[in-house]
Design a protein around this ligand. Sequence first.
Ligand code: ZN
Length: 65
Amino acid sequence: MIKVRCPICDHWMESASTAEWPEYPFCSARCRTIDLGRWLGEQYRVVPEGEGQPPREHADDSDVP
Ligand SMILES: [Zn+2]
């Protein structure tokens, strides 16, 4: 038996194993969706403006034959 607290709604949950717990570590699909939304919100804030430039990763290695 494991006991985990949902990071979204702070509910304590008990289950025999995480294998039978599709929404682990969240208590429900709803809380998992909320967490996903928070992640996406963070990413939108982190991405700097003017990110539309093409990648130059390979341009620096173009001298190698
Ligand atoms: Zn929850």
